[in-house]
Design a protein around this ligand. Structure first.
Ligand SMILES: Cc1cc2nc3c(=O)[nH]c(=O)nc-3n(C[C@H](O)[C@H](O)[C@H](O)COP(=O)(O)OP(=O)(O)OC[C@H]3O[C@@H](n4cnc5c(N)ncnc54)[C@H](O)[C@@H]3O)c2cc1C
Length: 496
């Protein structure tokens, strides 16, 4: 009530929030805003250039492998957006941002006005310097495929029936996933990686060798320390020449040699861009506080002034939670300190905490346990008695506790790091998850601890209320075991 006129206050004007991109970060942001009932107070418009409803990019390789239908990857259907009063526009590519007028222009010329703009444009695949990839008219050679979107995936799946051989260029995360999927499909696949071992940014050489061995079980050959330099058309079809003189005959070339933040829109709008769109601890552009960025396209700045881009879903989702709070006037900031990623690579699961290389360079000591025969390699980097970083391949049974100590910066006793790397000794009928403390992290993608899962009564409730299991899916078995161990559920299940 206005104390002078005794009339009700005029309703506060509704803010117009426009989100560019409808990928994994944008979807999570909208979920977080809906959970805060933000659509009651602001008009939210999401502009995504892809035609498919927002989907789980991590599981694209499962579609390539043939274990998932593409529809199964949908994160939220268009009806969900409509039901929560959010205007989702698909096939809506944003061409330009006018920061003075505060509007964005779509490819069809439509202008959409904003009060607050969020850029969630993700990353774009890099084109490696290989002669012959691009034809004279600028188009890609027809044997060449990218692997970033559902459209890329559909094009590759469509090419499989006429193909016997494939070369995957890049032995990082994407390359491993694609090679595994093609191997399962019975395509004779070769991976070419310029570094000395696979997944070299995340894991050590012995762990990389374990991943390579896992791939060779599917008939996939791995060439490390070799670069593809030229794609040539011969009488028997295309061949990819390597810098060590080898030529690989192939029907398909899949480019998985990394990506870079998609920043062209921000750059054209005059926003500060280094590797990514530079944002402060409220995820606002350092150039314009009315513009925010998150996910793969954003570059956060650490306290030492160094910028950091991520490229994983877990930090993107963590940023989404913080940005939703910022947009709802909560007193929250993003410290950018935590990189925890669960990767779906080959048949073996991989988990990465922190930045192993940086912590080693800073004087961290390595504690590791390897069992190449069983296909596992676990490495902790310990600095000042704390777990400063970790990379685990194969056996992730202790990842919950390791993540908990990493997050809390627990000072460990001299034997504890080693003990944490020993395989879990099952207690309680082999159900090790039962022993996890409530605050041990189970889902690295959505940052969900065991206690929140125990509080749920079904897998559906876990998915809906916590979003655990909806990222890489690596936590699904632990979630099931935690649910199965709930006293009420366990009794009910016995009774049925
Ligand atoms: C095949 C694959 C496997 C992966 N596996 C893992 C994994 O196992 N673990 C992990 O942690 N991470 C993984 N990642 C990385 C993870 O998917 C990304 O970190 C995550 O998707 C980032 O979310 P984002 O919203 O920032 O970007 P994206 O999900 O890429 O979404 C960006 C969206 O913005 C759209 N867009 C761009 N420009 C415009 C514009 N001008 N107008 C409108 N829309 C626009 C794009 O088309 C895209 O839909 C994988 C990625 C790929 C491609």
């Amino acid at each position: 009530m206005d104390p002078v006129t005794s009339r009700p206050h005029a309703a506060a004007p509704r803010r117009r929030l426009v989100v560019v991109g409808s990928g994994m970060a944008a979807t999570r942001l909208v979920e977080e805003l809906v959970a805060r009932r933000a659509p009651d107070r602001m008009d939210i418009t999401v502009l995504g250039d892809e035609h498919a409803p927002p989907y789980n990019r991590i599981l694209l390789s499962a579609v390539l492998e043939g274990t998932h239908r593409s529809e199964a990857l949908t994160l939220r259907a268009p009806e969900w957006y409509a039901g929560h009063g959010v205007d989702l526009r698909l096939g809506a590519r944003v061409l330009g941002v006018d920061r003075e007028r505060r509007d964005v222009m779509l490819v069809d010329g439509t202008l959409v006005e904003y009060d607050v703009l969020v850029l969630a444009t993700g990353s774009i695949p890099s084109l490696p310097p290989i002669r012959g990839l691009v034809r004279m008219d600028g188009s890609l050679h027809e044997a060449v495929h990218a692997f970033r979107s559902l459209d890329d995936c559909a094009r590759l799946v469509a090419a499989l029936p006429g193909s016997r051989r494939a070369v995957v260029v890049g032995g990082g995360l994407l390359g491993l996933q694609v090679a595994q999927a093609l191997g399962v499909r019975g395509i004779r696949t070769e991976v070419v990686e310029g570094a000395e071992h696979l997944l070299h940014r995340q894991v050590s050489a012995p762990a990389g060798r374990i991943l390579a061995r896992d791939l060779t079980k599917l008939g996939v050959a791995v060439y490390t320390g070799a670069r593809a330099v030229r794609l040539v058309d011969g009488p028997g079809g295309p061949a990819l020449r390597l810098d060590n003189g080898i030529a690989l005959d192939t029907d398909l070339v899949v480019l998985t040699a990394g990506g870079r933040p998609s920043t062209a829109l921000a750059r054209r709008a005059g926003l500060a861009v280094r590797c990514g769109i530079v944002v402060d601890d409220r995820l606002a552009s350092v150039t314009d506080p009315a513009v925010h960025a998150l996910g793969d396209c954003a570059e956060t700045v650490a306290s030492d002034g160094r910028g950091r881009t991520t490229g994983f879903v877990s930090p993107a989702w963590e940023q989404a939670g913080v940005l939703a709070g910022v947009l709802c006037d909560e007193d929250v900031t993003y410290d950018g300190a935590r990189i925890v990623a669960r990767l779906r690579a080959t048949d073996l699961e991989v988990a990465v905490l922190g930045d192993v290389a940086t912590e080693l360079a800073a004087g961290g000591e390595v504690v590791e346990v390897a069992n190449p025969v069983a296909g596992s390699h676990r490495r902790l980097v310990v600095r000042d008695g704390r777990i400063a970083a970790a990379a685990l391949v194969g056996d992730l049974s202790r990842i919950g506790l390791i993540t908990q100590h990493f997050d809390r910066r627990t000072v460990l006793g001299p034997h504890e790091p080693g003990d944490l790397l020993l395989p879990e000794r099952p207690r309680g009928g082999g159900n090790g998850a039962v022993d996890l403390p409530d605050d041990a992290e189970v889902c690295a993608c959505a940052g969900v601890a065991a206690g929140r899962i125990r509080a749920c009564s079904s897998l559906e409730q876990v998915r809906d209320t916590t979003r655990a299991t909806t990222g890489c899916g690596g936590c699904a078995s632990t979630v099931r075991r935690l649910l199965g161990s709930r006293p009420a559920l366990a009794t009910a299940q016995k009774g049925t």
